[in-house]
Write a protein of this length. Structure first.
Length: 161
């Protein structure tokens, strides 16, 4: 079942790329006591994710903080090496936390998995944006078609906080 407003996030271990290497973190640790904007994307460096979806969150990071958000995180079914490189290439390093869900543990447990095998990508995460408060989903938005970034855009979410 897909998470929805009011749902607790499932327990999973994610990996954060750091200068010292990979840092494992559980969802309960990462989201505890914080208001976090969580952005889900099908893949790092994919055209829509890299050129359209993520840039708005990088650009609007300060606007989210001004609205009381403790941080922004992006999650993808990619390994921590790829997510680390994406943080650097996107300009998001230091502004956004890049969460690697390499084996789709969180993605599957949250019901956010999508099978993109037909286009060579395998199991990936659905595109979404959400507000997570102390591990509970306050609001979550999805797109109704591939390649679209409207309901999940930074501009859409920041206006609803």
């Amino acid at each position: 079942m897909t998470i929805a407003a009011g749902s607790r996030l499932p327990e999973a271990t994610l990996r954060i790329p750091t200068a010292e290497g990979m840092k494992p973190v559980t969802t309960s640790e990462f989201f505890a006591g914080k208001k976090i904007v969580l952005v889900g994307v099908p893949g790092a460096f994919t055209p829509t994710c890299h050129k359209t979806h993520l840039p708005g969150f990088v650009k609007d990071a300060e606007a989210f903080k001004a609205k009381g958000i403790d941080g922004i995180a992006v999650i993808a079914v990619n390994d921590h090496f790829v997510m680390g490189e994406w943080a650097k290439a996107s300009g998001g390093e230091g502004k956004i936390t890049f969460l690697a869900d390499g084996i789709a543990e969180f993605t599957k447990a949250a019901g956010l998995d999508i099978d993109l095998t037909a286009i060579g990508l395998g199991i990936r995460c659905k595109r979404f944006s959400a507000l997570i408060e102390n591990g509970t989903v306050s609001q979550i938005h999805f797109e109704d078609g591939p390649g679209k970034v409207e309901q999940t855009a930074a501009e859409y979410l920041v206006c609803r906080l």
